[in-house]
Design a protein around this ligand. Structure first.
Ligand code: GRF
Length: 215
């Protein structure tokens, strides 16, 4: 029997991507468990969902740390205490130190609400509207020291409609996030792809087809 894989999910707020992953893991009976959900904010809404679903939670209050390095050191200790195979950033609103990122190289994923390399950083939906983009979307990528520029695992695009507001566009993108992120987390745990020398290598044909399907 295959060993249960362990996932640690980091959140800062609503946690809807975390929720999508938890629900997919349950519905699809992944041979993986959510070992913990960790927040850097005490008031992150997602913590409540995790607790209600009997998932272990931890909170490392970033606001109380004097500097990035000391926060990252405590966060790393907390994460490693759960011995994860994969660390999933899901709306985790922190810039991480290069040492931290290097420690999880090849085993930490993020989702970003744009078609990277377009619109790294914040306020992606507003910026897509302002630049009159006709296509927008979401990207799952490995986390590297270069913020929002790690190797792309999958993308999903949506049209930008003339009547769109930031809220309607965000909702359309979020629906895609909830579809592609759980898929790519599952495929990582199944060994369908990995990061090698700064690139994503798909080891199984189905995963690479799936990636194209969502692109
Ligand atoms: C998502 O749009 C995600 O792409 C971005 O932050 C948002 C988090 O939403 N990184 P949620 O907390 O998963 O609901």
């Amino acid at each position: 029997m295959r060993a249960m894989k362990r996932i640690v999910i980091l959140i800062s707020g609503r946690g809807s991507n975390m929720q999508a992953i938890v629900e997919a893991a349950r519905a699809e009976k992944w041979s993986a468990q959510i070992a913990a959900v960790i927040s850097n904010r005490p008031d992150a809404q997602g913590l409540e969902f995790a607790r209600n679903n009997d998932i272990v939670t931890a909170m490392i209050p970033s606001a109380q740390y004097a500097n990035r390095a000391s926060f990252d050191a405590d966060l790393r200790a907390a994460i490693d205490g759960f011995a994860p195979d994969l660390v999933v950033l899901a709306g985790f609103m922190r810039i991480l130190t290069p040492d931290f990122v290097a420690h999880y190289q090849g085993r930490m994923l993020n989702i970003h609400p744009s078609l990277l390399p377009d619109f790294p950083g914040l306020h992606t939906h507003r910026r897509a509207l302002e630049s009159r983009a006709t296509k927008h979307g979401a990207t799952v990528h490995f986390v590297t020291a270069d913020l929002d520029h790690g190797p792309v695992v999958a993308q999903a695009s949506v049209p930008v409609l003339p009547e769109d507001t930031e809220a309607t566009l965000a909702a359309r993108v979020l629906e895609q996030e909830h579809r592609i992120y759980p898929n790519m987390v599952r495929e990582f745990l199944e060994g369908a792809y990995r990061m090698e020398q700064g690139r994503v290598v798909f080891t199984d044909q189905a995963a690479s087809l799936n990636r194209k399907e969502v692109a």
